[in-house]
Design a protein around this ligand. Sequence first.
Ligand code: NAD
Ligand code: ZN
Ligand code: ZN
Length: 406
Amino acid sequence: MKANCWTGRNTVEVQNVPDPKILNARDAIVRITSSAICGSDLHLYDGYVPTMKRGDILGHEFMGEVVETGPEVGDLAVGDRVVVPFPIACGACAACENGLFSVCENSNPNAAMAEKLWGHSPSGIFGYSHMLGGYAGGQAEYARVPFADVGPIKIEDDLPDESVLFLSDIFPTGYMGAEMCDIKPGDVIAVWGAGPVGLFAVASAYMLGAERVIAIDRFDYRLKKAREQAGAETIDYEKVNVLEALAEMTGGRGPDACIDAVGMEAHHHVGPIHAYDRAKQATRMETERPHALREALIACKNGGTVSIIGVYGGLMDKFPIGSVMNRSLTIRTGQCHVQRYLKPLLKRIRKGEIDPSFVISHRMSLDDAPRGYDMFKHKRDDCTKVVLKPFSSAAYGTPRPSGGGA
Ligand code: NAD
Ligand code: ZN
Ligand code: ZN
Protein backbone atom coordinates (compact mmCIF):
# COMPACT_ATOMS: atom_id res chain seq x y z
CA MET A 1 0.00 0.00 0.00
CA LYS A 2 0.96 3.64 -0.17
CA ALA A 3 1.82 5.59 2.96
CA ASN A 4 3.25 8.97 3.84
CA CYS A 5 6.54 8.37 5.64
CA TRP A 6 8.86 10.55 7.72
CA THR A 7 12.23 10.53 5.99
CA GLY A 8 14.14 13.13 8.00
CA ARG A 9 13.88 16.71 9.15
CA ASN A 10 11.51 18.64 6.87
CA THR A 11 10.93 15.76 4.51
CA VAL A 12 8.14 13.28 4.08
CA GLU A 13 7.76 10.86 1.19
CA VAL A 14 4.91 8.74 -0.10
CA GLN A 15 6.32 5.22 -0.26
CA ASN A 16 5.13 1.71 -1.02
CA VAL A 17 5.11 -0.21 2.24
CA PRO A 18 3.79 -3.61 3.36
CA ASP A 19 0.07 -3.77 4.12
CA PRO A 20 -0.82 -3.83 7.81
CA LYS A 21 -1.94 -7.13 9.28
CA ILE A 22 -3.99 -8.15 12.30
CA LEU A 23 -1.45 -8.85 15.05
CA ASN A 24 -3.71 -9.11 18.09
CA ALA A 25 -7.21 -10.38 18.72
CA ARG A 26 -8.50 -6.85 19.42
CA ASP A 27 -7.07 -5.30 16.21
CA ALA A 28 -8.99 -4.10 13.18
CA ILE A 29 -7.73 -3.03 9.78
CA VAL A 30 -9.26 0.16 8.42
CA ARG A 31 -9.25 1.25 4.77
CA ILE A 32 -8.69 4.98 5.11
CA THR A 33 -10.99 7.36 3.27
CA SER A 34 -9.83 10.64 4.87
CA SER A 35 -6.77 11.57 6.88
CA ALA A 36 -5.57 14.97 8.05
CA ILE A 37 -2.28 16.72 8.72
CA CYS A 38 -2.07 18.14 12.25
CA GLY A 39 0.02 20.80 13.99
CA SER A 40 1.35 17.90 16.05
CA ASP A 41 2.71 16.33 12.84
CA LEU A 42 4.69 19.52 12.31
CA HIS A 43 6.58 18.85 15.55
CA LEU A 44 7.75 15.56 13.98
CA TYR A 45 8.36 17.12 10.58
CA ASP A 46 10.40 19.92 12.10
CA GLY A 47 12.50 17.43 14.09
CA TYR A 48 11.37 18.44 17.59
CA VAL A 49 10.20 14.99 18.68
CA PRO A 50 12.95 12.45 19.35
CA THR A 51 12.85 8.73 18.42
CA MET A 52 11.54 9.09 14.86
CA LYS A 53 13.06 6.70 12.33
CA ARG A 54 13.31 7.01 8.57
CA GLY A 55 10.31 5.32 7.01
CA ASP A 56 7.94 5.76 9.96
CA ILE A 57 4.36 6.12 8.70
CA LEU A 58 2.84 9.41 9.88
CA GLY A 59 -0.73 10.40 10.66
CA HIS A 60 -3.05 10.21 13.66
CA GLU A 61 -6.26 11.86 12.39
CA PHE A 62 -8.06 9.35 10.20
CA MET A 63 -11.28 7.57 9.42
CA GLY A 64 -12.42 4.90 7.02
CA GLU A 65 -14.04 1.55 6.58
CA VAL A 66 -13.35 -1.59 8.58
CA VAL A 67 -12.03 -4.30 6.23
CA GLU A 68 -10.92 -6.91 8.74
CA THR A 69 -11.38 -7.56 12.45
CA GLY A 70 -9.61 -9.71 15.02
CA PRO A 71 -11.67 -12.37 16.82
CA GLU A 72 -12.22 -10.20 19.93
CA VAL A 73 -13.55 -7.12 18.19
CA GLY A 74 -17.19 -7.75 18.88
CA ASP A 75 -18.76 -4.40 18.15
CA LEU A 76 -17.30 -3.73 14.73
CA ALA A 77 -18.05 -5.54 11.50
CA VAL A 78 -16.46 -5.45 8.08
CA GLY A 79 -18.01 -2.55 6.19
CA ASP A 80 -18.57 -0.32 9.25
CA ARG A 81 -17.53 3.29 8.82
CA VAL A 82 -15.44 4.53 11.74
CA VAL A 83 -13.50 7.51 13.06
CA VAL A 84 -10.40 6.47 14.99
CA PRO A 85 -9.22 8.47 18.04
CA PHE A 86 -5.51 9.36 18.03
CA PRO A 87 -4.59 8.00 21.50
CA ILE A 88 -4.48 4.22 21.60
CA ALA A 89 -6.21 3.00 24.74
CA CYS A 90 -7.08 -0.39 26.24
CA GLY A 91 -10.28 0.70 27.96
CA ALA A 92 -9.62 -1.35 31.10
CA CYS A 93 -6.57 0.00 32.98
CA ALA A 94 -6.83 2.42 35.91
CA ALA A 95 -6.28 5.42 33.61
CA CYS A 96 -8.86 4.32 31.03
CA GLU A 97 -11.39 3.56 33.76
CA ASN A 98 -11.03 7.16 34.89
CA GLY A 99 -11.51 8.46 31.37
CA LEU A 100 -7.83 9.36 31.03
CA PHE A 101 -7.40 7.55 27.72
CA SER A 102 -4.31 9.45 26.54
CA VAL A 103 -2.39 8.11 29.52
CA CYS A 104 -3.55 4.49 29.10
CA GLU A 105 -1.14 2.20 30.91
CA ASN A 106 -1.31 -0.64 28.40
CA SER A 107 -0.84 0.81 24.93
CA ASN A 108 2.77 1.95 24.80
CA PRO A 109 5.09 -1.01 24.22
CA ASN A 110 8.03 1.42 24.42
CA ALA A 111 6.97 2.89 27.77
CA ALA A 112 10.55 2.67 29.07
CA MET A 113 11.68 5.24 26.49
CA ALA A 114 9.00 7.71 27.58
CA GLU A 115 9.70 7.07 31.26
CA LYS A 116 13.31 8.17 30.79
CA LEU A 117 12.18 11.54 29.52
CA TRP A 118 8.96 12.13 31.45
CA GLY A 119 9.04 9.91 34.53
CA HIS A 120 5.96 7.91 33.51
CA SER A 121 4.65 6.97 30.09
CA PRO A 122 1.48 8.21 28.41
CA SER A 123 -0.51 6.05 25.97
CA GLY A 124 0.70 5.07 22.54
CA ILE A 125 -0.30 7.37 19.68
CA PHE A 126 -0.65 6.51 15.99
CA GLY A 127 2.27 7.68 13.85
CA TYR A 128 3.92 9.61 16.64
CA SER A 129 7.48 8.38 17.29
CA HIS A 130 8.92 5.23 18.82
CA MET A 131 8.81 6.76 22.27
CA LEU A 132 5.00 6.76 21.92
CA GLY A 133 4.72 3.21 20.71
CA GLY A 134 6.19 3.15 17.20
CA TYR A 135 2.71 2.59 15.72
CA ALA A 136 2.20 3.06 12.00
CA GLY A 137 0.00 6.09 11.34
CA GLY A 138 -3.02 6.80 9.22
CA GLN A 139 -1.68 8.95 6.37
CA ALA A 140 -1.86 5.75 4.38
CA GLU A 141 -4.28 3.59 2.49
CA TYR A 142 -4.76 1.23 5.43
CA ALA A 143 -3.98 1.17 9.14
CA ARG A 144 -3.98 -1.38 11.91
CA VAL A 145 -6.09 -0.15 14.81
CA PRO A 146 -5.27 -1.82 18.14
CA PHE A 147 -7.99 -2.04 20.83
CA ALA A 148 -10.51 -1.57 18.06
CA ASP A 149 -13.26 -2.65 20.46
CA VAL A 150 -12.59 0.52 22.54
CA GLY A 151 -11.49 3.43 20.33
CA PRO A 152 -13.28 3.76 16.99
CA ILE A 153 -16.75 5.26 16.83
CA LYS A 154 -19.21 4.10 14.19
CA ILE A 155 -20.55 6.74 11.84
CA GLU A 156 -23.81 6.54 9.97
CA ASP A 157 -23.68 6.92 6.22
CA ASP A 158 -25.51 10.22 5.94
CA LEU A 159 -22.70 12.21 7.60
CA PRO A 160 -19.89 13.11 5.19
CA ASP A 161 -16.27 12.34 6.14
CA GLU A 162 -15.43 16.01 6.45
CA SER A 163 -18.06 16.63 9.12
CA VAL A 164 -16.82 13.85 11.40
CA LEU A 165 -13.11 13.34 10.60
CA PHE A 166 -11.97 15.83 13.22
CA LEU A 167 -13.58 13.81 16.01
CA SER A 168 -10.29 11.87 15.73
CA ASP A 169 -8.41 14.71 17.38
CA ILE A 170 -8.76 18.46 16.93
CA PHE A 171 -12.44 18.97 17.73
CA PRO A 172 -12.24 17.02 21.03
CA THR A 173 -8.87 18.66 21.71
CA GLY A 174 -10.24 22.18 21.32
CA TYR A 175 -13.28 21.13 23.34
CA MET A 176 -11.18 19.68 26.16
CA GLY A 177 -9.11 22.87 26.13
CA ALA A 178 -12.27 24.86 26.74
CA GLU A 179 -13.75 22.36 29.20
CA MET A 180 -10.63 22.59 31.36
CA CYS A 181 -11.40 26.32 31.77
CA ASP A 182 -14.56 25.57 33.81
CA ILE A 183 -16.35 28.32 31.95
CA LYS A 184 -19.05 30.25 33.79
CA PRO A 185 -21.61 32.60 32.25
CA GLY A 186 -20.00 35.96 31.51
CA ASP A 187 -16.48 34.56 31.22
CA VAL A 188 -13.93 35.99 28.80
CA ILE A 189 -11.59 33.35 27.37
CA ALA A 190 -8.39 34.12 25.46
CA VAL A 191 -6.98 31.57 23.01
CA TRP A 192 -3.37 31.71 21.78
CA GLY A 193 -3.15 30.25 18.27
CA ALA A 194 -5.84 30.45 15.60
CA GLY A 195 -4.81 27.20 13.93
CA PRO A 196 -7.35 24.39 13.64
CA VAL A 197 -6.98 23.49 17.33
CA GLY A 198 -7.37 27.11 18.41
CA LEU A 199 -10.42 27.51 16.17
CA PHE A 200 -12.10 24.53 17.82
CA ALA A 201 -11.15 25.90 21.23
CA VAL A 202 -12.89 29.17 20.33
CA ALA A 203 -16.00 27.42 19.05
CA SER A 204 -16.09 25.11 22.07
CA ALA A 205 -15.64 27.94 24.57
CA TYR A 206 -18.80 29.52 23.16
CA MET A 207 -20.62 26.16 23.29
CA LEU A 208 -19.69 25.92 26.96
CA GLY A 209 -21.10 29.35 27.73
CA ALA A 210 -18.30 31.90 27.35
CA GLU A 211 -19.50 35.41 26.76
CA ARG A 212 -16.48 36.59 24.79
CA VAL A 213 -13.60 34.68 23.23
CA ILE A 214 -10.46 36.43 22.04
CA ALA A 215 -8.14 34.69 19.55
CA ILE A 216 -4.48 35.66 19.21
CA ASP A 217 -2.29 34.94 16.17
CA ARG A 218 -0.30 36.73 13.49
CA PHE A 219 -1.84 35.28 10.33
CA ASP A 220 -4.58 37.50 9.15
CA TYR A 221 -6.41 34.77 7.22
CA ARG A 222 -6.58 32.62 10.36
CA LEU A 223 -7.75 35.50 12.54
CA LYS A 224 -10.39 36.21 9.91
CA LYS A 225 -11.59 32.62 10.17
CA ALA A 226 -11.66 32.94 13.98
CA ARG A 227 -13.80 36.09 13.66
CA GLU A 228 -16.09 35.11 10.84
CA GLN A 229 -16.59 31.41 11.46
CA ALA A 230 -16.05 31.01 15.16
CA GLY A 231 -17.24 34.42 16.43
CA ALA A 232 -14.02 35.49 18.17
CA GLU A 233 -12.63 38.93 18.75
CA THR A 234 -9.03 38.92 17.55
CA ILE A 235 -5.58 40.27 18.37
CA ASP A 236 -2.71 40.31 15.89
CA TYR A 237 0.31 39.93 18.14
CA GLU A 238 2.61 41.47 15.58
CA LYS A 239 0.61 44.67 15.54
CA VAL A 240 -0.25 45.23 19.20
CA ASN A 241 1.09 44.36 22.62
CA VAL A 242 -0.98 41.34 23.65
CA LEU A 243 -0.81 41.94 27.40
CA GLU A 244 -1.88 45.55 27.03
CA ALA A 245 -4.64 44.68 24.58
CA LEU A 246 -6.04 41.93 26.82
CA ALA A 247 -5.92 44.16 29.88
CA GLU A 248 -7.79 46.82 28.00
CA MET A 249 -10.42 44.38 26.72
CA THR A 250 -11.07 42.96 30.19
CA GLY A 251 -11.26 46.07 32.38
CA GLY A 252 -7.69 45.51 33.59
CA ARG A 253 -8.43 42.12 35.17
CA GLY A 254 -7.23 39.79 32.42
CA PRO A 255 -9.16 36.93 30.79
CA ASP A 256 -10.93 34.51 33.16
CA ALA A 257 -9.11 31.67 31.48
CA CYS A 258 -6.40 31.37 28.85
CA ILE A 259 -5.94 28.52 26.39
CA ASP A 260 -2.55 27.77 24.85
CA ALA A 261 -3.29 26.24 21.44
CA VAL A 262 0.20 26.95 20.11
CA GLY A 263 2.65 24.59 21.81
CA MET A 264 6.35 24.01 21.55
CA GLU A 265 6.98 25.83 18.30
CA ALA A 266 5.61 29.21 19.31
CA HIS A 267 6.90 32.08 17.25
CA HIS A 268 8.85 34.73 19.15
CA HIS A 269 8.83 38.46 19.24
CA VAL A 270 12.16 40.20 19.30
CA GLY A 271 13.68 41.33 22.60
CA PRO A 272 16.17 40.30 25.27
CA ILE A 273 14.18 37.28 26.44
CA HIS A 274 14.11 36.02 22.86
CA ALA A 275 17.92 36.24 22.69
CA TYR A 276 18.13 34.35 25.98
CA ASP A 277 15.85 31.57 24.70
CA ARG A 278 17.80 31.30 21.44
CA ALA A 279 21.05 30.81 23.32
CA LYS A 280 19.59 28.14 25.61
CA GLN A 281 17.93 26.36 22.67
CA ALA A 282 21.15 26.36 20.65
CA THR A 283 22.86 24.39 23.40
CA ARG A 284 19.80 22.15 23.85
CA MET A 285 19.38 23.33 27.44
CA GLU A 286 15.88 24.45 26.53
CA THR A 287 13.74 22.46 24.11
CA GLU A 288 10.54 24.50 23.97
CA ARG A 289 9.57 27.79 22.36
CA PRO A 290 7.89 29.33 25.40
CA HIS A 291 6.51 32.60 24.15
CA ALA A 292 2.79 31.89 23.98
CA LEU A 293 2.61 29.98 27.26
CA ARG A 294 4.53 32.60 29.21
CA GLU A 295 2.24 35.26 27.84
CA ALA A 296 -0.90 33.26 28.72
CA LEU A 297 0.33 32.76 32.29
CA ILE A 298 1.05 36.46 32.75
CA ALA A 299 -2.19 37.60 31.08
CA CYS A 300 -4.60 35.41 33.02
CA LYS A 301 -6.69 37.03 35.75
CA ASN A 302 -5.96 36.31 39.42
CA GLY A 303 -7.43 32.94 40.35
CA GLY A 304 -7.93 32.02 36.69
CA THR A 305 -7.08 28.90 34.73
CA VAL A 306 -4.48 28.37 32.05
CA SER A 307 -5.40 25.42 29.87
CA ILE A 308 -2.52 24.03 27.83
CA ILE A 309 -3.48 21.97 24.81
CA GLY A 310 -0.56 23.00 22.63
CA VAL A 311 1.92 20.13 22.72
CA TYR A 312 5.17 20.43 24.68
CA GLY A 313 7.95 17.86 24.76
CA GLY A 314 10.68 18.77 27.17
CA LEU A 315 12.00 21.66 29.16
CA MET A 316 11.06 25.31 29.33
CA ASP A 317 13.05 28.16 30.84
CA LYS A 318 11.91 31.20 32.74
CA PHE A 319 8.60 29.59 33.55
CA PRO A 320 6.80 32.27 35.63
CA ILE A 321 6.03 30.09 38.61
CA GLY A 322 5.95 33.15 40.87
CA SER A 323 3.04 34.55 38.91
CA VAL A 324 1.25 31.20 38.99
CA MET A 325 1.72 30.72 42.73
CA ASN A 326 1.15 34.21 44.06
CA ARG A 327 -1.89 34.80 41.86
CA SER A 328 -3.60 31.46 42.56
CA LEU A 329 -3.59 30.30 38.96
CA THR A 330 -4.62 26.78 38.00
CA ILE A 331 -2.83 25.00 35.17
CA ARG A 332 -4.61 22.15 33.41
CA THR A 333 -3.29 20.22 30.45
CA GLY A 334 -3.05 16.92 28.58
CA GLN A 335 -3.07 15.14 25.30
CA CYS A 336 -6.77 14.92 24.59
CA HIS A 337 -8.68 11.99 26.07
CA VAL A 338 -10.49 11.74 22.75
CA GLN A 339 -12.49 8.57 23.50
CA ARG A 340 -14.35 10.50 26.22
CA TYR A 341 -15.68 13.08 23.80
CA LEU A 342 -16.60 11.00 20.74
CA LYS A 343 -20.26 10.38 21.54
CA PRO A 344 -21.17 13.79 22.99
CA LEU A 345 -19.43 15.69 20.20
CA LEU A 346 -20.88 13.47 17.47
CA LYS A 347 -24.25 14.34 18.97
CA ARG A 348 -23.50 18.05 18.67
CA ILE A 349 -22.50 17.59 15.02
CA ARG A 350 -25.64 15.58 14.35
CA LYS A 351 -27.79 18.31 15.96
CA GLY A 352 -26.16 20.89 13.69
CA GLU A 353 -24.56 22.84 16.54
CA ILE A 354 -21.27 22.81 14.64
CA ASP A 355 -19.95 21.64 11.29
CA PRO A 356 -16.27 20.93 11.92
CA SER A 357 -15.47 21.05 8.20
CA PHE A 358 -15.21 24.85 8.48
CA VAL A 359 -11.50 24.51 9.30
CA ILE A 360 -10.60 22.73 6.04
CA SER A 361 -8.72 24.77 3.47
CA HIS A 362 -7.15 22.09 1.26
CA ARG A 363 -8.11 18.64 0.03
CA MET A 364 -5.40 16.55 -1.63
CA SER A 365 -4.60 13.04 -2.70
CA LEU A 366 -2.25 11.05 -0.47
CA ASP A 367 0.44 11.48 -3.15
CA ASP A 368 0.38 15.20 -2.46
CA ALA A 369 1.19 14.80 1.25
CA PRO A 370 4.72 16.30 0.87
CA ARG A 371 3.22 19.42 -0.69
CA GLY A 372 0.54 19.50 2.03
CA TYR A 373 3.15 19.40 4.81
CA ASP A 374 5.19 22.17 3.24
CA MET A 375 2.14 24.37 2.71
CA PHE A 376 0.72 23.78 6.20
CA LYS A 377 4.07 24.35 7.88
CA HIS A 378 4.67 27.65 6.12
CA LYS A 379 1.01 28.71 6.30
CA ARG A 380 1.08 29.28 2.52
CA ASP A 381 -1.93 29.70 0.28
CA ASP A 382 -4.09 30.50 3.34
CA CYS A 383 -3.63 26.93 4.51
CA THR A 384 -5.55 26.12 7.68
CA LYS A 385 -6.10 22.36 7.47
CA VAL A 386 -5.19 19.75 4.89
CA VAL A 387 -7.30 16.63 4.37
CA LEU A 388 -5.72 13.79 2.40
CA LYS A 389 -7.90 11.37 0.47
CA PRO A 390 -5.96 8.13 0.00
CA PHE A 391 -8.41 6.57 -2.43
CA SER A 392 -9.49 9.58 -4.42
CA SER A 393 -8.10 9.94 -7.89
CA ALA A 394 -8.78 12.68 -10.41
CA ALA A 395 -10.69 14.97 -8.06
CA TYR A 396 -7.73 15.77 -5.85
CA GLY A 397 -4.61 15.30 -7.92
CA THR A 398 -2.83 12.85 -10.15
CA PRO A 399 -5.15 10.06 -11.23
CA ARG A 400 -3.99 6.63 -10.19
CA PRO A 401 -5.55 3.25 -9.63
CA SER A 402 -7.07 2.78 -6.22
CA GLY A 403 -6.92 -0.52 -4.41
CA GLY A 404 -3.99 -2.47 -3.09
CA GLY A 405 -3.95 -3.45 0.55
CA ALA A 406 -5.82 -6.10 2.41
P1 NAD B 1 -0.99 25.16 13.71
O1 NAD B 1 0.48 25.17 13.50
O2 NAD B 1 -1.86 25.17 12.52
O3 NAD B 1 -1.43 26.41 14.61
C1 NAD B 1 -0.63 27.04 15.55
C2 NAD B 1 -0.94 28.52 15.50
O4 NAD B 1 -0.26 29.18 16.56
C3 NAD B 1 -0.47 29.18 14.19
O5 NAD B 1 -1.55 29.81 13.54
C4 NAD B 1 0.59 30.16 14.66
O6 NAD B 1 0.66 31.34 13.87
C5 NAD B 1 0.14 30.46 16.09
N1 NAD B 1 1.20 30.99 16.93
C6 NAD B 1 2.55 30.73 16.87
N2 NAD B 1 3.19 31.45 17.80
C7 NAD B 1 2.26 32.17 18.47
C8 NAD B 1 2.33 33.11 19.53
N3 NAD B 1 3.49 33.42 20.09
N4 NAD B 1 1.16 33.67 19.97
C9 NAD B 1 -0.03 33.34 19.39
N5 NAD B 1 -0.16 32.46 18.35
C10 NAD B 1 0.99 31.89 17.91
O7 NAD B 1 -1.31 23.90 14.65
P2 NAD B 1 -2.68 23.25 15.20
O8 NAD B 1 -2.98 22.05 14.38
O9 NAD B 1 -3.72 24.26 15.40
O10 NAD B 1 -2.13 22.72 16.61
C11 NAD B 1 -1.84 23.63 17.64
C12 NAD B 1 -1.15 22.93 18.81
O11 NAD B 1 -2.04 21.97 19.37
C13 NAD B 1 0.09 22.15 18.40
O12 NAD B 1 1.09 22.26 19.40
C14 NAD B 1 -0.38 20.72 18.36
O13 NAD B 1 0.67 19.80 18.59
C15 NAD B 1 -1.35 20.75 19.51
N6 NAD B 1 -2.29 19.63 19.58
C16 NAD B 1 -2.54 19.13 20.81
C17 NAD B 1 -3.41 18.08 20.97
C18 NAD B 1 -3.71 17.56 22.33
O14 NAD B 1 -4.29 16.49 22.45
N7 NAD B 1 -3.39 18.26 23.40
C19 NAD B 1 -4.06 17.55 19.86
C20 NAD B 1 -3.82 18.11 18.61
C21 NAD B 1 -2.93 19.15 18.47
ZN1 ZN C 1 -3.56 15.87 15.65
ZN1 ZN D 1 -5.86 1.65 29.32
